[in-house]
Design a protein around this ligand. Structure first.
Ligand code: LLP
Length: 421
């Protein structure tokens, strides 16, 4: 595996050890324990800048669900990004990072009254995802809203993370979206524009281009029927990342430029005034910037052809293999230069057979105490972690500028017991 295919930009091998952001992974693991999610500051900043280079005039909102973390929100805010939030909790993280007003978009298919009220109080642009968001939004004092429309486009991704298809639980079908725009205006809301999110982990531009072309047609219909045109078009997130060396490469700059160009072209074709573009990347910002470091425990030969390498985490810190059949590769961080000697099944410590992180990892024969580093795990891992088997969730550290900063402390068993009355 070529290190830079999947590990963060600053990853190096020095004296046989994996080093990220200038810190040997083994030193981080010794000091902070394992499992540990290591984020590379340079990669985070560079990916944010790449979006900006590709679409210099677009508004960029980090989709907090990928990894709700105050330090990362602050870092991305320094790069000019706002935040897309979909719950009270995500909003609290964004506010804690100092984001307010037009730096915030509030999404969500089932916003509670208190979420709408908090969103309005923070000055969020509110995304109308259902008809009853209108009256409840107006009652909460909302002013600026986007209407989310479901384009009926099937993205080439896992069924659980496609969102733009007909029948999606998100957004409104076109006729209802059109009616909602009219109704919103009657209620005195300012409908600033349209929102759409085609799907996640998209590695080609096909579905995104179709969505934008479709949206231009929809905007033209809105002009004809309502005399209304969107000033802002928010196309959500969706850019995929590489999990395996053979996965296609679609860099943020290429993606953002393609989206901005397509929007300009599609809008021009319909003779519509060019709107401001907004993007809500999540995975493509934090995913490749993060790697998870586990300590190897039991190495067990289960049959002539199957050896398990058990690590000190598993489906509680990364449930993506179980949820989406996600596949990963790994490297022994403390023996990074040794050639693989075979394939090993990397399993977790949880009490079910399905707790397998990597079915066939190509590694030098692992030993107890080795450190296993799994790249491309900065998004939707800790964010979707659980306390299954009463296992406390891992810590996260941010490395860069000569510093290693703990950005999320490790949970303890005492934290878990504290929930018990
Ligand atoms: N905006 C909206 C309205 C979204 O629903 C999402 C993701 C995003 C932005 C960010 O999308 P991204 O750039 O990360 O693709 N847990 C799944 C991914 C779920 C994505 C849900 N929505 C996974 O681990 O693959």
């Amino acid at each position: 595996m070529n290190l830079h295919d999947l590990f963060p930009d600053t990853a190096r091998v020095q004296e046989g050890e994996l080093v990220v952001g200038g810190f040997p992974v083994s030193a981080l693991a010794d000091e902070l324990g394992t499992p540990l999610v290591v984020y590379c500051e340079q990669t985070l900043r560079e990916r944010a800048r790449a979006f900006r280079r590709g679409a210099p005039h677009a508004l960029l909102f980090y989709s907090v669900k990928a990894f709700p973390n105050v330090a990362i929100l602050r870092l991305l805010a320094e790069e000019g990004l706002g935040a897309e939030v979909s719950t009270l909790g995500e909003l609290a993280f964004a506010r804690q990072a100092g984001l307010l007003g037009d730096r915030l978009v509030l999404d969500g298919n089932n916003k509670a009254d208190e979420e709408l009220a908090a969103g309005v109080e923070a000055g969020c642009l509110i995304v109308v995802d259902a008809v009853d968001d209108l009256e409840r939004g107006a009652a909460a004092g909302a002013q600026r809203v986007l209407v989310r429309v479901t384009p009926g486009i099937d993205a080439d991704t896992h069924v659980a993370i496609a969102t733009g298809h007909a029948g999606s639980k998100f957004g409104l079908p076109p006729e209802q979206a059109m009616a909602a725009i009219g109704q919103a205006r009657e209620l005195g809301l300012q409908v600033v524009g349209l929102h759409v999110h085609t799907g996640s982990q998209l590695l080609d531009l096909g579905a995104e281009r179709m969505t934008i072309d479709w949206l231009a047609g929809f905007a033209a219909e809105c002009r004809a029927e309502l005399g209304w045109v969107p000033e802002l078009v928010d196309v959500g997130g969706g850019l995929g990342i590489r999990y395996l060396p053979d996965d296609p490469v679609l860099p943020p700059e290429t993606f953002a430029r393609a989206v901005a160009d397509r929007l300009a072209r599609a809008w021009t074709l319909h003779g519509l005034p060019l709107p401001t573009l907004a993007l809500e990347p999540g995975r493509s910002l934090v995913g490749p910037a993060g790697l998870t470091v586990y300590r190897v425990g039991v190495v067990k030969q289960a049959s002539d052809t199957l050896t398990y390498v058990a690590v000190d985490g598993g489906m509680s810190d990364n449930p993506r293999p179980q949820l989406y059949g996600a596949r990963y590769v790994a490297l022994l961080a403390n023996r990074a230069e040794e050639a693989p000697t075979g394939t090993y099944a990397v399993c977790g410590k949880h009490c079910e057979s399905g707790d397998v992180l990597i079915e066939r990892a190509s590694l030098p024969h692992p030993r107890r105490g080795d450190l296993l580093a799994v790249p491309s795990t900065g998004a939707y891992t800790l964010a979707m972690g659980s306390n299954y088997n009463a296992v406390p969730r891992p810590a996260a550290v941010l490395v860069g500028a000569g510093k290693a900063r703990l950005i999320r402390r490790r949970e303890t068993v005492a934290d878990l017991l504290a929930f018990e009355p």
